[in-house]
Unconditional design. Structure first.
Lengths: 670, 489
């Protein structure tokens, strides 16, 4: 209550100050810097948490200027913006995910990054990231959101390419880290330009960037519709989330984003930044819904937007899930899985949006998306941090160079198993409940094709989760592991600084499902007619829903083959692929990421560079040559007329005489 | 003091011969002789700009002949570019201290240098067409010698090409100026009279004059297809001069375009929006594509300048408060960021003797400050927050939507992805990756280079977070103009 006017600004500025101070602190002492930087992120998390009671007691700031610290950006005749914060359930929810998980990961980093010589840069960008992410979600207007949006992109770029020296051990397959960072920035930028264009178009018609003003006065929607720009604008807007949340067709950057430290992957590329797109879709959904309810927006006008969201989400979930089944690198499995799970969230939000007529279904889809966002943030951060411990211990990124380390790393194994089961949607873990609500929303809104896509993806998910656990922890020790042991490098669980955050996250993964009623209550101020179900009702509803049968079927379909291949190892996947040409073809297709990545490189990288080079050699060269051609013509011209200047006196005299005669004749005869 | 502005322009000119004669004795310290008068000019322009910020304008008029007066004017339009010129000119003088030994000819270099800066300042402050043209020449001639004497490779040839090309542009401008004098009823050279005088002319005459002037300035800015001199000149000029060529002089073309074409021939300008916007968009994409395939850092930055001039021209072609404000602001921002980038290249060349990107790698380890500065500059050019480039770029594009050209604008917005591409490519090539063995002994640049770079880096971020001071200078001027023509508000 007391904290509210200041808490959001503290959550934004405290980590930013931490980032700015890091060079100074580094000068004082490295230890001081490490602990203080973690403390700054702790302060951000505390500020974010302090907003929850306020929101629960209905204290919502929709006009940041009045309550918060006014920050004047207004310029007469040009801009009508005041920097402000929007405190509503959605934004506080997102801020907490960013700041709280951010703090846990910062704490974990104390140990994980202990031996890295460039800690100052690490702390700078991590704290800068938390600040930008909180700014992104708490902004009350598009422009400020965009600044946060690009800020997190910048941090992502800098942290993916953290090991910019490109030593061979940090390469991700064929790509050096600096390449990966650049790929991420450029690819997401393609999406960002769409978002920028869309928000500028909205500003043109509404005269404001402010979300609440957009949600209060709907004239701009009418004008956009009559100008025939509504669909274009909304699709351009969605390009931003497609880029940032790594959805098809801009999903290619996220697997390469794994080149950075694992903590970075956990925080930025699993728990928070990649959810920014989901947040934005959730944010504009509220605006569109409010417009629909007040009859300012026809459902047909907004339908293309939500159809695109739902189908892009569904397709991405399928696409990425299928690729994750063949990946060799532990972190890449998790990366594709992230892409796939974000696809689920988009799908849920899209399905919800397609059910504007019925508020119950809209709420079902919407809250399913948000719920899954939360549970995924927790269990995927857990999986990544666990993977970080494994990577540290085994000194390899390839799963086939691990194996048999279950007994050596019992804590890591247990928490990773919890994470993997949650990811696969096994009760009672958080992922089960949130995934069930998504399936249920598809069923409620009668989107059976989307439900099928989602269900098939769930089978993939279970398959690659078992495969990941099996290849990493179970079975025989690999040659690599044996060699490490021989060299006296014992594989064991990490120190408490690393496993305490793991246990915390595992605990929340375990009980995360119980948050559902709480979340419903939390979101009730922004969503219409939320019926808050009690926990037992929610559980009974989930288990009696027809989609639960679907879930059981797909879990069997995905789980049984994975069990035989990777746990009991009664069949070898390599043998199977060798035997069957169909399987082999499928494997190659998936291994090459549906050929999308190589296609992009051919067209958008080498294609553009090749074309530019061609133009450089032809057009540019010819234009320049034309200059020299003009010069040559000038030279030729002078050379011709220079001959007249012979310098011979008799010639000159004769010509003078001839000229004189000519004039005389002209006079006399003319 | 009623003639401060005159001091700001004349002081460097008067200092020039003194610098020349003392250069032999003072050697490297000569640069301080150049620094002092330029710093005084900067102070004067800052003071004047503060007055403009609070809603005033400063006009000094001097009688020249019975014919006409000449004058110096700081208003909402000229203040920001004038600040840029003096500030960048001053800190580049510091940057020049250690950059080279200039073949021992310190006197000639710095004497020409201050003349060059004074010429640019004079152009921006001129109130009279003839005076404008004189200063225009005052900036061209010294720059020719600076490139020819202290440039790289085929400097003489390149400088000659530069001089010829910009002179073709200058002649077009001269024709334009003379046509204005001959055709207008009161035979005027005074810029402030032009809008009313020109509107009395026939449309065809207006179009002709506007085209001549546009051509002249397009040559200066290096818009496609008048750009072929530019990569040569920017790349082969000594790097401090490249800083000014790209960071300031290109922008003077843009400034003059606003002052003498957009605001004077507004109806014609709006009529030809598709032609101008087309040239602008094409320059944007073409410059970006060419920058993508360069292996010489300075050439890459030169092509990037072409692309950025495209942005500015695009904003100008979209006549609206946002578009024009964005463009004038981008004049400042591009100057800061591109000047900064050229300085980082100079620092690398100073330390390694190289500027070919294929031979450079992993310098972030050895030159961390330079690397940080280059990253900020690159993000500024790419228009990413929290740098100043973002603030002007989104205004330019918002202007495009305000002027109701959504599709043209979307093309422009999309082409910024290309900018990110070539900028990050350069950063990655030069600063990241493994360090080659021959570069293991490289150190960061000397303080005389780091300080100017640091100042620009800080400025780029500060204006990115808080652009209000500059915008408040520009906006009232643009608002008045838009009101006057009753255009898009």
């Amino acid at each position: 209550m007391v904290m509210l006017p200041y808490a959001p600004w503290l959550a934004i500025f405290v980590p930013a100050i931490g980032a700015i101070l890091s060079p100074l602190l580094n000068k004082i002492s490295e230890r001081v810097m490490n602990y203080l930087e973690v403390f700054f992120s702790f302060a951000a998390a505390a500020s974010a948490l302090s907003m929850i009671p306020d929101v629960l007691s209905g204290n919502v700031i929709i006009n940041g200027v009045k309550h918060g610290i006014p920050f004047d950006w207004q310029i007469p005749w040009l801009l009508n913006i005041k920097a402000g914060v929007l405190i509503d359930p959605l934004s506080v929810f997102m801020a907490n995910i960013a700041a709280d998980i951010g703090f846990l990961i910062m704490f974990y980093s104390l140990e994980y990054m202990r031996e890295d010589p460039c800690k100052m840069r690490y702390w700078f960008f991590m704290n800068f990231f938390i600040s930008s992410m909180v700014l992104l979600v708490l902004s009350d207007n598009f422009l400020q959101l965009y600044i946060g949006w690009e800020g997190v992109g910048l941090c992502s770029y800098a942290l993916i390419g953290f090991w910019y020296r490109d030593e061979k051990k940090h390469w991700l397959g064929i790509y050096p880290p600096s390449h990966c960072g650049m790929k991420a920035f450029v690819t997401t930028r393609v999406g960002d330009v769409g978002l920028l264009a869309a928000m500028l178009i909205i500003y043109l018609y509404s005269g404001t960037f402010n979300f609440m003003e957009l949600q209060r006065n709907f004239q701009w929607l009418g004008q956009l519709t009559s100008a025939g720009l509504l669909t274009l604008t909304t699709l351009l807007l969605f390009l931003g989330p497609i880029g940032k949340s790594a959805q098809f067709p801009l999903h290619v950057w996220l697997p390469e984003a794994m080149a950075g430290p694992t903590t970075v992957s956990a925080l930025i590329h699993a728990a928070t930044m990649v959810k920014a797109g989901v947040y934005l879709v959730a944010r504009v959904s509220l605006i569109f819904y409010a417009a629909y309810v007040s009859h300012a927006l026809a459902f047909e006008a907004i339908q293309p937007f939500f159809l695109t969201v739902a189908w892009i989400g569904g397709f991405t979930a399928f696409l990425a899930g299928s690729i994750a089944m063949v990946s060799r690198q532990l972190k890449k499995v998790l990366a594709y899985s992230t892409v796939s799970q974000i696809g689920y969230m988009m799908l849920a939000l899209g399905v919800g949006g397609l059910a504007f007529e019925a508020s119950k279904e809209f709420v079902a889809g919407y809250s399913a998306g948000v719920f899954h966002l939360m549970s995924h943030a927790i269990f995927k951060a857990l999986l990544f941090l666990g993977a970080g411990a494994v990577l540290h211990a085994t000194e390899t990124i390839y799963m086939d160079e691990m194996g048999g380390i279950k007994g050596k790393m019992p804590i890591t194994f247990t928490v990773m198993l919890i994470g993997a089961l949650s990811l696969s949607g096994i009760p009672p873990f958080a992922g089960f409940w949130s995934k069930e609500t998504i399936f249920h929303a598809c069923y409620l809104t009668n989107h059976i094709p989307l439900l099928i896509v989602a269900a098939v993806t769930a089978a993939f998910t279970f398959f690659y989760s078992i495969r990941m656990i099996g290849m990493t922890f179970l079975g025989e020790e690999s040659e690599h592991v044996k060699e490490l042991e021989k060299e006296g490098h014992h594989i064991r669980d990490p120190s408490p600084i690393m496993w305490v955050p793991l246990i915390v996250l595992a605990f929340f993964t375990l009980i995360g499902g119980a948050f559902q009623p709480f979340l419903q209550g939390f979101f009730s101020p922004v969503l219409p007619h939320v019926e808050i179900t009690s926990l037992p009702t929610f559980a009974t509803e989930t288990f009696t829903s027809p989609t639960f049968i679907v879930t059981i079927i797909v879990l069997v379909l995905g789980g049984v083959p994975a069990y035989f291949l990777y746990v009991s190892r009664t069949a070898s996947p390599l043998e199977l692929i060798k035997k069957s040409t169909i399987l082999k073809g499928l494997y190659t297709f998936l291994w090459n990421r549906w050929y999308i990545n190589s296609f992009y490189y051919k067209v958008f990288v080498y294609g553009v560079i090749g074309l530019s080079r061609l133009i450089f050699r032809t057009l540019e060269y010819e234009i320049d040559q034309f200059n020299y051609f003009i010069a040559d013509v000038g030279k030729w011209f002078s050379n011709v007329f220079r001959r007249i200047q012979t310098g011979v006196l008799s010639w000159n005299m004769i010509l003078i005489l001839l000229g004189f005669l000519f004039i005389v004749f002209y006079w006399v005869l003319g | 003091m009623d003639n401060l502005l005159l001091v700001s322009v004349i002081l460097p000119v008067l200092a020039s011969p003194i610098i020349y004669f003392l250069g032999g004795k003072l050697k490297r310290k000569t640069s301080w002789l150049a620094f002092i008068p330029l710093a005084v000019s900067t102070a004067i322009i800052v003071l004047s700009s503060i007055k403009v910020f609070y809603g005033g304008t400063i006009l000094e008029t001097y009688r020249w002949t019975d014919f006409f007066n000449f004058g110096l004017l700081v208003d909402g339009l000229s203040a920001a570019p004038a600040l840029m010129i003096t500030f960048l000119g001053t800190i580049t003088a510091i940057y020049s201290i250690n950059y080279s030994d200039y073949g021992g000819e310190y006197g000639s270099y710095f004497a020409l240098y201050v003349l060059y800066v004074a010429g640019m300042l004079g152009v921006v402050l001129s109130t009279n067409l003839l005076q404008f043209y004189l200063f225009w020449e005052l900036m061209l001639v010294p720059s020719y010698f600076l490139i020819a004497e202290w440039g790289y490779k085929e400097a003489k040839k390149v400088a000659f090409k530069y001089f010829l090309f910009t002179h073709v542009g200058a002649i077009a401008i001269l024709f334009g100026i003379l046509s204005i004098y001959v055709l207008t009823p009161t035979h005027t050279f005074t810029i402030s009279d032009l809008p009313t005088q020109v509107s009395l002319l026939q449309r065809s005459a207006q179009t002709l004059i506007a085209t001549l002037l546009f051509l002249g300035f397009a040559f200066k800015m290096g818009l496609f297809p008048f750009h072929t001199w530019l990569p040569d000149a920017y790349a082969e000029a000594p790097t401090p001069i490249s800083v000014l060529l790209s960071g300031v002089m290109s922008e003077i073309g843009a400034y003059a375009l606003v002052r003498m074409v957009v605001t004077v021939f507004a109806p014609t300008w709006i009529e030809f929006v598709y032609v101008v916007a087309g040239i602008a968009l094409f320059s944007m994409i073409y410059g970006g594509a060419m920058a993508l395939v360069q292996d010489d850092m300075k050439r890459l930055l030169a092509y990037s300048s072409i692309s950025q001039m495209g942005y500015i021209t695009f904003g100008l072609s979209m006549v609206s408060i946002q578009g024009l404000t964005g463009s004038v602001f981008h004049i400042v921002n591009h100057g800061i960021c591109k000047g900064l980038l050229f300085m980082t290249v100079g620092a690398i060349t100073y330390q390694t003797g190289l500027r070919n990107m294929d031979k450079l790698n992993g310098l972030a380890d050895k030159m961390p400050v330079t690397a940080t500065a280059a990253l900020v500059g690159a993000l500024g050019i790419a228009g990413a927050p929290p740098t100043n480039g973002f603030q002007s770029e989104w205004l330019i594009f918002e202007g495009g939507f305000q002027a109701h050209h959504p599709f043209l604008t979307i093309i422009g917005v999309v082409s910024t992805a290309l900018t990110v591409g070539y900028m990050l490519w350069m950063i990655r090539k030069v600063y990241f990756g493994p360090l080659p063995e021959n570069l293991t002994n490289v150190k960061d640049a000397p303080l005389s280079m780091l300080i100017p770079m640091g100042l620009l880096t800080v400025l780029a971020v500060v204006l990115g977070v808080y652009p209000t001071p500059v915008l408040k200078i520009i906006v009232p001027y643009v608002h008045n103009f838009i009101n006057l023509i009753g255009g898009v508000a």
